[in-house]
Design a protein around this ligand. Structure first.
Ligand SMILES: NC(=O)C1=CN([C@@H]2O[C@H](COP(=O)(O)OP(=O)(O)OC[C@H]3O[C@@H](n4cnc5c(N)ncnc54)[C@H](OP(=O)(O)O)[C@@H]3O)[C@@H](O)[C@H]2O)C=CC1
Ligand SMILES: [Mg+2]
Length: 344
């Protein structure tokens, strides 16, 4: 039974001291604010850093022989460059917010495709490079940033009109959305979901090659998700469509945004097929070839330097996509697992 004293004494709620937000949460909340608040975003742009692109080719700076970096020019520096070229500084306001990297100020991207490429390169002390070439020069965090910047710029360049009314759409300051004033439809940057899968029969893995791949390159199988499909359904359908096999089990591995040729959201999985039912029936419209590869062959392929040998030359055997592609990760994971099993 409760004492009279405890009944008379009102129970006060325990005071909870608010914990300071972690640096990650603070950064994410700040990014949210910049996306939603045009004025805050305009203010952030004044002192933020900019990745420059010329017709979607990112600007890279040479650090030393063969080593490049992604230069983050400050907004005032870019304004000065634009002034030198006699261009209106208002172009800066077309910059699109990419992210808030851990240690730095907000990072924006801007396409200066209307300006003379050579003059821009001279004034910025860098070169505009094709994105795939840039991927080979940069660190993984840099490739993620430069890919996102290009994807955002491409999306804005191709979504200037409302698909319902045909009227121009208007972007917010951060570039996180475009609105059609007439229809009221809001458009957001899009990615098409794609499943990429490395099929194994327990001892070997299946690699395929599309006609459009560079000579000698083989990769995991991939395919766009159809509307209404689950990841599992897409995976089973694509394997059946492309190589005529039925998947037994599947396991999710990782995901990646892939900007080429349009933004895809790559969902990477491992899958197994019955080792007694491995005969490939190739869909020639989709794949030029598919081959079952042993661990030794895969280890050799992973060693081939990218791009192999000289342009136009095909390396002996075959090779697999570079480490920046999620296909490489799947193939490496499979090889590691097989080596681990062999050691047991
Ligand atoms: N990061 C990585 O490691 C890898 C990334 N990828 C990427 O994955 C994507 C898909 O791979 P892929 O094997 O080509 O795909 P699919 O096997 O689905 O075949 C491609 C075909 O799908 C059609 N298509 C194009 N865009 C779409 C879309 N948004 N939705 C539905 N169908 C579409 C086109 O056919 P049609 O022209 O007849 O309409 C195209 O030729 C590619 O963009 C590729 O770059 C692929 C492998 C590795
Ligand atoms: Mg495919």
């Amino acid at each position: 039974m409760q004492s009279l004293r405890s009944l008379l004494k009102p129970k006060l709620p325990k005071l909870v001291t608010p914990q300071p937000l972690s640096s990650y949460v603070s950064r994410i909340r700040y990014l949210m604010k910049l996306k939603e608040d045009d004025e805050a975003c305009r203010e952030a742009l004044k002192s933020g850093s900019l990745l420059l692109y010329h017709k979607l080719a990112p600007l890279l700076q040479k650090k030393e022989k063969g080593i490049y970096q992604l230069p983050r020019l400050r907004t005032p520096d870019v304004k000065r460059i634009l002034e030198k070229l006699g261009r209106d500084k208002k172009l800066i306001s077309e910059a699109v917010l990419i992210s808030c990297p851990e240690t730095a100020e907000p990072c924006f991207c801007l396409d200066v495709g209307d300006l003379q490429k050579n003059s821009m390169e001279q004034l910025c002390g860098g070169v505009f490079m094709d994105l795939r070439t840039a991927f080979l020069m940069l660190t993984v965090p840099e490739t993620t940033l430069v890919a996102k910047g290009q994807a955002l710029l491409r999306w804005h360049q191709t979504h200037g009109f409302c698909s319902a009314t045909g009227q121009p759409t208007v972007r917010n300051q951060s570039g996180s959305q475009r609105v059609s004033p007439n229809s009221g439809i809001t458009y957001y940057p899009q990615m098409a979901p794609v499943v990429i899968v490395l099929v194994s029969d327990g001892n070997r893995c299946l690699l395929g090659r599309q006609r459009s791949f560079p000579p000698g390159m083989y990769s995991a199988l991939a395919g766009f998700c159809d509307l209404g499909e689950t990841l599992e359904e897409t995976l089973r359908r694509e394997v059946a469509e492309e190589v005529g096999l039925e998947v037994d089990t599947l396991q999710y591995s990782a995901s990646q945004h892939w900007p080429i040729p349009q933004s895809s959201f790559m969902l990477a999985c491992h899958a197994t097929v019955n080792p007694d039912k491995t005969q490939v029936v190739l869909n020639k419209a989709e794949l030029e070839d598919a081959r079952w590869c042993s661990l030794e062959e895969v280890l050799a392929a992973l060693q081939v330097k990218y791009p192999p040998n000289k342009p136009g030359a095909t390396p002996p055997g075959f090779w697999v996509p570079h480490g920046f592609a999620i296909a490489h990760r799947l193939i490496q994971e499979w090889a590691d697992q097989q080596q681990h099993l062999e050691k047991k």
